[in-house]
Design a protein around this ligand. Structure first.
Ligand code: NAD
Ligand code: TYD
Length: 327
């Protein structure tokens, strides 16, 4: 299958590209190489083109494909609070442009979305695919906008598209602005771990291998117009994740600093995954083993993350986000 993977130089997209190449698919990557796109995430032989999903000519330069899996997005909640415009451009307009290309080429389409579109959920409830969308951040609002474009394209233009809504994903090669790689690399550098608010927020953690397996399944077997939640049911408070990191790296607990909370911070995410499980998917990576292996990966791969954290772009972002909080 000739397959276009957008955002394939990012965290989850690069794992997915490697998985699909191993499955023998003919993959082409389209990536804008924003701060989050990293050529080092992909083997050199991958056919990787620079381009923006919100620009139709950039998409058309690739020629016809049989399927598109859209990972390309602005993805970080904190950055969306600092400046939301790029989120709307890529996550909403970019999705629309790709859907138009999919329609023209009669290509299968998978939109990689997030559990954050449901907003936070009360204890005792897990979000189902038909729950209302109540996004809290400019990031999740933009992803919800993209999802709605997908559903409209299925209904109005007959595009063969499905949506996956994955939960917080962890693993190697995640840009070190998200909590796990940020805290692990800060701990390795002896820098503070800035825990927002009381740190009792709950995330439903999913290993990147399990996330990619679910996306592949939906690509091959999902139905048009259907949405599939993807989560391992591993609900953990941020304080618990932080404790794991501190213990495994054997650093001083004084590095953990409770700082001013994120605006609009969602308290808890939790997914009902009955639907994707009925397609035969289930998570294979155990949380404790998966997190430990991930921490070890960052410990053993300074070459990957040090250039990012030492870059002026990262430093600028870090100071803007944390300087006052940690003062
Ligand atoms: P990431 O930030 O690591 O990578 C995003 C990639 O998209 C980068 O390579 C970037 O260069 C590229 N990109 C950004 N704007 C682009 C544009 N306009 N045109 C082309 N490429 C562009 O993201 P990630 O964590 O790998 O997330 C991938 C997808 O999965 C996103 O759609 C995200 O919403 C979704 N998701 C992520 C998580 C998570 O925990 N990381 C969970 C659920 C869903
Ligand atoms: P993050 O990795 O940004 O993912 P998301 O916001 O998409 O869930 O954050 C995960 C959790 O960790 C979230 O509850 C916010 C919290 N967090 C901190 O406490 N400190 C930090 O510096 C960051 C980046 C996140």
């Amino acid at each position: 299958m000739r397959l276009l993977v957008t955002g394939g130089a990012g965290f989850i997209g690069s794992h997915f590209v490697k998985r699909m190449l191993a499955a023998g698919e003919d993959v082409v990557v389209l990536d804008k190489f924003t701060y989050a796109g990293n050529p080092a995430n992909l083997p050199e032989e991958v056919d990787c083109r620079r381009g923006d999903i919100s620009i139709r000519e950039d998409v058309d330069q690739l020629g016809p494909v049989e399927a598109i899996v859209n990972f390309a997005a602005e993805t970080h909640v904190d950055r969306s609070i600092l400046g939301p415009e790029d989120f709307v451009r890529t996550d909403v307009l970019g999705t629309l442009v790709l859907l138009q290309a999919a329609e023209q080429q009669s290509a299968r389409f998978v939109q990689v979305s997030t559990d954050e579109v449901y907003g936070d959920v009360e204890p005792g409830w897990s979000s189902r695919e038909d729950d209302s969308l109540r996004p809290s951040s400019p990031y999740s609002a933009s992803k919800a906008g993209g999802d709605l474009q997908v559903l409209a394209a299925v209904r109005t233009f007959g595009v063969n598209a499905s949506i996956t809504r994955g939960s917080n994903t962890y693993g190697p090669n995640q840009y070190p602005e998200k909590v796990l790689p940020l805290f692990v690399t800060n701990a390795l550098d002896g820098h503070p771990l800035p825990l927002y608010g009381d740190g009792r927020q709950v995330r439903d953690w999913l290993h990147v291998d399990d996330h990619c397996a679910a996306i592949e399944l939906v690509l091959r077997q999902g139905e048009a117009g259907e949405t599939y939640n993807v989560g391992a049911g591993e609900e953990h408070e941020n304080v618990e994740l932080t404790r794991l990191i501190v213990e495994q790296l054997d650093v001083d607990t004084a590095l953990v600093r409770h700082v001013e909370d994120r605006a609009g911070h969602d308290r808890r995410y939790s997914l009902d995954t009955t639907k994707i499980r009925s397609l035969g998917w289930h998570p294979r990576r155990d949380w404790d083993e998966g997190v430990r292996a991930t921490i070890e990966w960052y410990r053993g791969n300074r070459d990957w993350w040090e250039p990012i954290k030492r870059s002026s772009g990262f430093r600028e972002y870090y100071d803007r986000q944390y300087e006052a909080r940690l003062a």
